[in-house]
Design a protein around this ligand. Structure first.
Ligand code: NCD
Length: 316
C-alpha cells in the first residue's frame, strides 16, 4: 500500500479487507470505552479542511485523539483560497511544521494528490471535488459487512446525484473490487456518461433500480458542485424542483418496497430530508443504519491513521 490514502481506485481486495479488519478491532475498542493513546503519541495530525464538514472532520479529530496524536484543526474558508499557488504555499508551511499525518478536504479533484508530492507527511484524502472520498467508502463497507456479514454477491443501489458525488465514486471502486453488484439509480442528468466503464448498471427508474437490492444508499443533491469544475451542464440546473425530484427519486417507503425486505438504508450525510430521502425512512430504527455509519467512521479513521503511521515507522 502507498504511504498515503488518496483514493480507493487501485487498492486490492486484501488491502481493503485488512483495513476493514483493523477497523473492526477499533469498533470493539471504542465500544469498550478504552483508548490507545500510546499508538500515535508524539505524532502530529493536521486537519486541513478547505470545504465544510461535520462528520468527517470531527471523526478524524476524535480518531487522532483516541490514538494519542496531537491534533490541529485548520479550517480554511474556500472563498479566501487561491487554489494552485496557495495550496502549495500551505504545503510548504505544513512541511516546515513537521506534521506526520495530513488530512485534507478540498473542492478541487486532485488536490490531495498534489499535496502528497510536496509534503513529507502521510496524506489522507477526506474528499476532493467530485473525485474520491476513500474513508467514506471504507466506513460504508464496514457498516454493510457488519450488518450483512459480507460484501461479495450483494446488490447495492446507489441513488441520486451520482455525477457530483465523490462518495459514489469511492463506493463504486470499493464495492466492485469486493465482488458486490453495484447499480446507480438517478435521472440521466445526474449520472456520468462513462458510468458503465466503472462496472455498474445504470437505472433511471427507482422501482427497477431498487428491485431486490440488499443495500440502498441515498445521496445528497450536491448543488455546490453543479456547474463547476468541468462537470456537465455548466450553469444549468440538472433537476427541475426539489418537490418533483422527491416524487421520482426521493427514498420513501413506497420506493423502498422494491428492495429486499431486510435491505439496509444508508446515507453519508448531510441529509436533505424530503429531497433525496424521506424522514420516516432516514429515522427508521430497523432499516436505517445512518447513525451506525457515523460510528464506523471513527473506527475506520483510527484504522487508517494507525496503518499509515505504522508504515512511517517502518520507513524511518
Ligand atoms: C459527503 C462529502 O462531503 O462528500 N459527506 C460526508 O463526508 N459525509 C457527501 C455530501 O457532501 O453530500
Amino acid at each position: 500500500m502507498s504511504r498515503h490514502l488518496l483514493q480507493i481506485e487501485g487498492l486490492h481486495p486484501p488491502q481493503i479487507e485488512a483495513m476493514l479488519d483493523l477497523a473492526e478491532s477499533y469498533v470493539l475498542l471504542n465500544r469498550s470505552g478504552k483508548t490507545q493513546r500510546d499508538l500515535l503519541r508524539g505524532r502530529t495530525l493536521i486537519n486541513l479542511f478547505f470545504e465544510d464538514s461535520t462528520r468527517t472532520r470531527t471523526s478524524f479529530e476524535l480518531a487522532g485523539k483516541r490514538l494519542g496524536a496531537d491534533v490541529i484543526n485548520m479550517s480554511v474558508a474556500s472563498s479566501s483560497v487561491n487554489k494552485g499557488e496557495t495550496l502549495l504555499d500551505t504545503a510548504a508551511t505544513l512541511n516546515a511544521m513537521m506534521c506526520d499525518l495530513l488530512v485534507i478536504r478540498h473542492s478541487q479533484s486532485g488536490a490531495p494528490h498534489l499535496l502528497s508530492q510536496k509534503v513529507d507527511a502521510a496524506v489522507i484524502n477526506a474528499g476532493d471535488g467530485t473525485h474520491e472520498h476513500p474513508t467514506q467508502a471504507l466506513l460504508d463497507a464496514l457498516t454493510i459487512r457488519r450488518r450483512l456479514g459480507r460484501l461479495e454477491g450483494l446488490t447495492v443501489a446507489i441513488c441520486g446525484d451520482i455525477l457530483h458525488s465523490r462518495v459514489a465514486r469511492s463506493n463504486i471502486h470499493l464495492l466492485t473490487a469486493m465482488g458486490s453488484r453495484v447499480r446507480v439509480v438517478g435521472p440521466p442528468t445526474l449520472i456520468p456518461a462513462d458510468c458503465g466503464r466503472l462496472g455498474v448498471e445504470v437505472f433511471h427508474d427507482m422501482a427497477k433500480g431498487l428491485a431486490d437490492a440488499d443495500v440502498v444508499m441515498a445521496l445528497r443533491l450536491q448543488k455546490e458542485r453543479m456547474g463547476g469544475e468541468g462537470n456537465a451542464r455548466p450553469g444549468g440546473n440538472p433537476v427541475p424542483s426539489a418537490r418533483e425530484y422527491f416524487r421520482f427519486y426521493g427514498l420513501d417507503f413506497d420506493k423502498l418496497a422494491s428492495a429486499k425486505p431486510g435491505a439496509l438504508v444508508m446515507h453519508p450525510g448531510p441529509m436533505n430530508r424530503g429531497v433525496e430521502i424521506d424522514s420516516a425512512v432516514a429515522d427508521d430504527p430497523v432499516r436505517s443504519v445512518i447513525k451506525e455509519q457515523v460510528e464506523m467512521g471513527v473506527a475506520v479513521r483510527m484504522a487508517v491513521l494507525d496503518s499509515l503511521a505504522r508504515m512511517q515507522r517502518r520507513n524511518v
